[in-house]
Design a protein around this ligand. Structure first.
Ligand code: ZN
Length: 135
């Protein structure tokens, strides 16, 4: 409740909530602190976030090793040797074993070179190959 105060300067009566006398402008010495505004907690100026300067990481350069061997290539195989093996031992898979195709060699071994059909096809294939061929 606002009380009435008497101005110290002019003697007029006015509300105690007035900061100054509305008549003479003197400062209201009896001002009640009823409506103190909430103190504004001034926020401390935020410290700028420390910038974590990232140290420049040395770029790791992965030097690709030059591939010396082409993947999947085997050889060189000698054309003449393979043809001789194919003719003489083709029905036993000789040229297949020579080329390292053990599985096919065993198959030829048990099927007489795929009933010689495989041998003939392989012979024709070998004839078309260069003298040193890769697989
Ligand atoms: Zn006054």
């Amino acid at each position: 409740m606002a009380k009435s105060v008497e101005c110290n300067a002019c003697g007029n009566v006015f509300s105690s909530e007035e900061a100054k006398c509305p008549y003479c402008g003197a400062v209201n010495a009896n001002k009640e602190t009823l409506q103190q505004p909430n103190p504004v907690y001034q926020q401390a100026p935020q410290q700028p976030n420390p910038v974590y300067q990232q140290a420049p990481q040395p770029q790791v350069v992965y030097v690709q090793q030059p591939q010396l061997n082409v993947v999947g290539k085997r050889g060189p195989f000698d054309k003449t040797t393979a043809i001789i093996l194919c003719i003489l031992l083709g029905w036993l898979g000789g040229h297949k074993f020579y080329e390292g195709k053990t599985g096919a060699g065993i198959l030829y071994l048990f099927t007489c070179g795929l009933f010689f059909i495989g041998v003939v096809i392989d012979l024709l294939t070998l004839l078309g190959k260069p003298s040193k061929y890769y697989l």
